[in-house]
Ligand binder design. Structure first.
Ligand SMILES: [Zn+2]
Length: 244
């Protein structure tokens, strides 16, 4: 894996060990613009890495240092996530710079292959658990929607990165009705902050059921939520998840 260096001045010292890998899209008109911004001392933002559409990887901040990509965020009850994470910015215009025909710009194969290779090395090196792979939208649900509902989490899981239990459908799917009593517990079991429940639900849907991002706890959402919370709980308990 070849990595170019393009150092950014936007970093300081870590206060905690690394336990998370945060994925972002750049959400700007071009990778050049995003790179320039992350190297601008006035902007006060950065990431450890940026991955271009063609799969080229740039390192801006050393992994030992604290890059500034997470902002105000919470996950699994923890704060100062910049101190606890590695951040990868993936070049993609996202919601603000849609594809020519409208819709979200696709993530090219070569780019996702590079993200997978890089993420694999980072997660192995820092011993980041599968539950530690997060979207920026997961850790800042009221503020952020990147890397977007078009990001291929399933492909990463197939490569051994993160969890992706297959949605349950048809006869195997047992559902007893609209029980929302465990909603908060289940969102929190995954890691979501409960300060804004609709925002947390939208972040959950964006990641785990991207076809319907409503912020409503409908039956499909509650069913998927129970499934993902179960997978996270068993992963945290050290037992192997059969569908990971
Ligand atoms: Zn982001």
């Amino acid at each position: 894996m070849q990595i170019e260096d393009a150092p950014s001045p936007n970093f300081d010292d870590r206060k905690h060990p690394v336990t998370l890998l945060v994925l972002h899209y750049t959400g700007m008109e071009s990778g050049d613009a995003a790179l320039a911004r992350m190297r601008d001392p006035e902007a006060k933002v950065s990431a450890h890495y940026m991955v271009w559409e063609d799969g080229r990887i740039v390192r801006l901040v050393a992994e030992n240092d604290r890059a500034w990509h997470a902002g105000v965020s919470r996950w699994q009850g923890l704060e100062d996530l910049n101190s606890r994470s590695i951040g990868i910015e993936i070049v993609n215009g996202g919601h603000d710079y849609p594809a020519p025909g409208g819709g979200l710009p696709p993530y090219p194969d070569a780019q996702i292959s590079a993200v997978i290779a890089l993420a694999r090395e980072i997660m192995a090196h820092h011993d980041i658990p599968p539950t530690g792979l997060v979207a920026h939208s997961d850790i800042a649900p009221a503020r952020k929607i990147d890397p977007g509902e078009h990001f291929p989490w399933q492909r990463l899981a197939k490569a051994g990165l993160g969890l992706w239990p297959q949605p349950e459908t048809g006869a195997s799917c047992v559902w007893s009705g609209g029980d929302t009593s465990r909603l908060n517990t289940q969102l929190a079991a995954i890691g979501y902050d409960l300060a804004d429940i609709p925002a947390a639900l939208r972040a959950f849907q964006r990641r785990w059921m991207p076809a319907a991002i409503t912020g409503f706890a409908d039956a499909d959402t509650l069913r998927r939520l129970a499934q993902i919370a179960g997978a996270y709980t068993s992963a945290a308990g050290g037992s192997s998840s059969p569908q990971a």
